[in-house]
Design a protein. Structure first.
Length: 341
């Protein structure tokens, strides 16, 4: 049916006077930031504009079997929530809009690691499908938070496929690297390839080595054609992909800071400027010697839960242009009025 102009003699709901046809594309609506929130990115190092983090649910404080919930140790809920507050403030101090999700008390405890649950493309989000039984269902909490933040959901990975967002990183404006291993499988790669292919983006799968959780644990881009690399985790396929794109690699061997304190689990704030876990002086000196500016925040309780800054931060928007208005937003609770962050 042609809806390009009003039909005389019909009511507005049937296309008559008062009917206004929708114009423009979905992509244009996202870029305009009115119908949908501005979102997505094509560079892991462009200035960070908006993030999604989760208020830790009560369930994480009730964990008694740490290994059974994929954690390295039990977590102190009060200290963890204080660290969530500190991370939010660190981002706000950099002019980043912070959206805060409030999962219900009984949400799966690992829901705090939002980076695993989605990838936001320039046209909207691809909702992942976690590989472990313990994390099944976290995706629906992420979906609600994304919707409340105004982010369109383009695709939900389904069937028996698995895809976790921390396995996907932009290598350049036209290429996304996806790590394949026990968290993201070939079917998950194909699901992402279908969505990004419509946006003119190539998806390049790179195999992760044994003991590597996510691609994000192997490398973090910190500037144009520049990345911090965990030397023991970066496999041959990843190195070949980065060499083909003339990347400079800042390599770190697996010392106690890298392995136990997750010192390379960082978030790039802007080219050459990163937020990193506190208490990692050797790593900080190396980064600064390489010309990077470093800011630190304590995420020790997240480390006990087997993650850190990169894991807890869902990236919603990066842009080289001017930031959008606002520096904080609460995206609500699934059980009534949310508490303050």
């Amino acid at each position: 049916m042609d809806t390009s102009s009003p039909r005389p003699g019909r009511s507005s709901t049937l296309g008559g006077p008062g009917w206004v046809p929708r114009s423009g594309s979905h992509a244009a609506e996202v870029r305009a930031g009115r119908t949908w929130a501005r979102c997505g990115y094509r560079s892991e190092a462009d200035p960070l504009r908006a993030v999604l983090i989760a208020r830790p649910p009560d369930s994480i404080g009730a964990v008694t079997d740490a290994a059974g919930q994929l954690m390295t140790d039990r977590v102190d809920l009060g200290r963890l929530r204080a660290q969530t507050d500190a991370v939010a403030e660190a981002f706000r101090a950099e002019g980043v809009t912070v959206h805060v999700a409030h999962p219900p008390p009984d949400a799966p405890p690992n829901v705090v690691f939002l980076r695993d649950l989605f990838l936001v493309t320039p046209e909207g989000a691809v909702l992942g499908r976690t590989a472990s039984a313990q994390r099944a269902g976290e995706e629906r909490h992420a979906a609600l938070a994304l919707a409340r933040a105004g982010i369109p959901i383009l695709h939900t990975v389904r069937g028996t496929a698995s895809f976790e967002g921390a396995d996907a990183l932009w290598a350049d404006e036209e290429t996304v690297l996806v790590g394949t291993g026990f968290r993201t499988d070939p079917a998950g790669v194909e699901a992402l390839r279908g969505v990004l292919g419509e946006q003119g983006v190539t998806v390049l799968a790179v195999a992760l080595g044994p003991g590597v959780q996510h691609l994000l644990g192997s490398m973090v881009p910190v500037g144009p054609r520049r990345a911090v690399v965990h030397a023991a985790a970066a496999g041959g396929e990843l190195r070949a992909a980065l060499r083909a794109r003339d990347y400079e690699l800042i390599e770190f061997e697996p010392d106690d800071e890298v392995v136990r304190s997750r010192s390379l689990n960082i978030v790039t704030l802007a080219p050459g400027r990163v937020l990193m876990p506190a208490g990692c002086p050797r790593t900080r000196r190396r980064l600064e010697a390489a010309g990077l500016e470093t800011l630190v925040v304590d995420v020790g309780e997240y480390v006990r839960a087997a993650g850190a800054l990169g894991c807890l931060t869902g990236i919603l928007h990066r842009s080289a242009g001017p930031p959008s208005a606002g520096s904080a937003r609460d995206v609500g609770s699934e059980a009534g009025k949310p508490p303050n962050l």
